[in-house]
Design a protein around this ligand. Structure first.
Ligand code: AQP
Length: 339
């Protein structure tokens, strides 16, 4: 439970490490826009400092950051209602991350599955930043005393670590300063899987473009990717339990449910018994209808980069106004002279 003195505040971020996918949209962006309209302060960040934990071409990083900002806005995040900015413009994230590097334990970090997945067999050659990533993520959240973090299921472990860091900091310094953040992981598509392999998460960095739907894909490409999505030969079951051993079928049903704002049970009632040859075009039509306006709006917004940069700078100013006093107070608690 979050302690009483903390006002509810939502924070979440996305890396500009490539183009956005349907996974980012359903697991994150769509829910960010919903949270914004629920009457709570919302802060959303393009986490460019996280992106460089693996090599990024500087020009592509700049482009991806602006395109991501366009993706936020096109998905319904309103920069007037939410605070929208890129992480590197608010130095307090990195400053608090250093303090958290000194709070988090090596043993905790070594258990993080994302590091193991991303570093792969060549962990000795991974950057120190990739290993320390979750401490920076904890700082992103706690520099705003955020109480709620909407994310996809893949980020659950990092949010547990954020709670551990807040708890240890509060305990070590005898304060009740950082909130114990609640992960908000809900809905039918909290883990959208690859279209080529139902056991792997859909990801912007998957080498196969056919594995994902990009927010910038046009209608033909979306339809083709869904048509070619891996499935099995059986017709769709009418009950959720029938999906247990069928990860690819489950994934497509989850996507359909999330896109149409229905429960999985409702969708199964409608599509149970259908062959994939019948269901896939239904899904393609739905995906095109939902995604095309977003991609069109992103292209329109990208034509005015000066306006995107203005939005980011303005959001950064508003973010700094919250972050600076929290960092100052943290320094004071830790014992830094001049704080
Ligand atoms: N497949 C997914 N299903 C549901 N949610 C997802 N998210 C990502 N993939 C899926 C959610 O999107 C938010 C931003 O993620 P991120 O860009 O910070 O990093 P990530 O989770 O590592 O996403 P990718 O697409 O897999 O990026 P790369 O390939 O660069 O690592 C998070 O809330 C995440 O849960």
């Amino acid at each position: 439970m979050t302690e009483a003195p903390f006002t509810p505040r939502v924070f979440s971020g996305i890396q500009p490490s490539g183009g956005l996918t349907l996974g980012n949209y359903l697991g994150a962006l769509k829910r960010f826009a919903q949270a914004q309209d629920a009457g709570v302060e919302t802060i959303y960040c393009m986490v460019d400092l996280h992106a460089i934990t693996v090599w990024q071409d500087p020009e592509k990083l700049r482009h991806a950051t602006r395109e991501l900002c366009a993706g936020f806005i096109a998905s319904g995040v309103d920069p007037e209602k939410s605070i929208l900015f890129n992480q590197s413009q608010v130095a307090e994230h990195a400053q608090l991350a250093w303090i958290f590097n000194c709070v988090a334990r090596m043993g905790w970090m070594k258990r993080m599955t994302q590091f193991k997945d991303k570093a792969g067999k060549n962990a000795e050659n991974a950057s120190l930043g990739l290993f320390g990533y979750p401490a920076l993520m904890a700082a992103d959240i706690l520099i705003y005393h955020a109480t709620h973090v909407p994310v996809g299921e893949d980020q659950k472990q990092h949010l547990e670590l954020t709670r551990d860091i807040a708890t240890k900091f509060n305990h070590d310094y005898g304060v009740d300063f950082f909130p114990i953040t609640e992960p908000v992981i809900e809905g039918a598509a909290t883990r959208v899987m690859s279209l080529r392999d139902g056991s792997k998460k859909m990801s912007k960095s998957d080498p196969s473009d056919m594995s994902r739907i990009n927010l910038t894909d046009n209608a033909d490409t979306i339809a083709k990717k869904i048509r070619k999505a891996k499935t099995d030969p059986e017709p769709l079951p009418s009950e959720v339990v029938g999906l247990a051993e069928r990860p690819e079928a489950r994934n497509l049903i989850n996507i359909y449910a999330a896109l149409s704002d229905q429960s999985v049970e409702q969708v199964m009632r409608d599509v149970g018994g259908k062959a994939f040859s019948e269901f896939k075009p239904m899904l393609a039509d739905l995906a095109v209808a939902q995604m095309s306006p977003i991609s069109t709006e992103m292209s329109r917004l990208m034509q005015d980069q000066a306006e995107i940069d203005r939005v980011l700078a303005e959001g950064a100013g508003r973010a700094r106004a919250i972050a600076a006093p929290i960092l100052r107070k943290t320094y004071e608690i830790v014992g830094m002279v001049g704080a």
